[in-house]
Write a protein that binds this ligand. Structure first.
Ligand SMILES: [Mn+2]
Length: 252
């Protein structure tokens, strides 16, 4: 169900939802181009919040060069950036996020870094985001377990990285039943690389990877929170921002 009240006083807000950026190489390739383009689009649209729903990095051994580049990109966005980890950058002891804490260089970055879940009230907005940090990508990890009830005076967003309607024994499972019982205005998923509308109420989507190799598309989901109506989500191509040569540029 969606959280809705008569006389909705929540301020309108726009959230950019991306995931599965799989950043690793610093060769100015399609992953870097797409990530940079998502940031440009979010700035252009004056989005209030940028949410990354897991797999920002491709693996836990990425070198410092790409971490520094990512920090530079995130710092270009003027609002809060919320980061959930995924199975490629999960939060175990050898995690890239433990070796290189992006919060050291990104003042506006907030991490959903608690294994049991963490609620964040985002500064300057009426958006609240909850998500559980994945430590091990295993069948026991249930990304939506113990999700809190949304509050009527906040835009409630749930972020999760895993597989909806996974076969038995697959890791990080979520069920359609669980999703339909969530009390939230929007559910932001990561893990599936193709943009997918998973559920209508609450609106639930996989943003898809910032760059999808096999279709050669780059984009993310823009979510507008509209008082009295709820969340209006749309996948947006970032093709028009791809032309700049990333490698030739500094972090700006
Ligand atoms: Mn994943």
């Amino acid at each position: 169900m969606s959280v809705m009240s008569v006389g909705d006083r929540r301020r309108p807000a726009t959230l950019v939802h991306t995931s599965d950026c799989h950043l690793e190489k610093t060769d100015g390739g399609p992953e870097q181009l797409a990530f940079r383009a998502v940031i440009d689009m979010a700035i252009d649209r004056q989005a209030d919040v940028l949410l990354i729903a897991g797999d920002l990095f491709d693996h836990n051994r990425v070198n410092e060069e790409i971490v520094v580049w990512v920090a530079g990109q995130l710092n270009r966005f003027p609002g809060p950036v919320v980061l959930l980890v995924g199975n490629h950058d999960s939060l175990h002891d050898a995690s890239v996020h433990r070796r290189h804490d992006l919060r050291d260089t990104c003042d506006r970055l907030i991490m959903l870094d608690h294994p049991e879940g963490k609620i964040l009230d985002l500064p300057g907005t009426d958006i609240t985001i909850w998500g559980r940090a994945m430590v091990e990508h295993s069948p026991e990890f249930r990304p939506l377990a113990n999700a809190p009830m949304g509050q009527a005076d906040r835009w409630s967003v749930i972020a999760a990285h895993g597989l909806v309607e996974a076969e038995a024994g697959r890791s990080s499972p979520m069920s359609t039943k669980e999703i339909s019982e969530l009390s939230a205005d929007y559910v932001a998923l990561g893990h599936v690389h193709v943009h997918t509308i998973v559920h209508e109420s609450p609106p639930t989507r996989y943003s898809g990877a910032t760059h999808v190799h096999w279709t050669d598309t780059s984009g993310c989901v823009v979510v507008d929170f509209i008082p009295g109506e709820g969340a209006r989500a749309q996948w947006v191509s970032v093709d028009k921002y791809l032309s700049v040569d990333v490698k030739a540029q500094s972090s700006n």
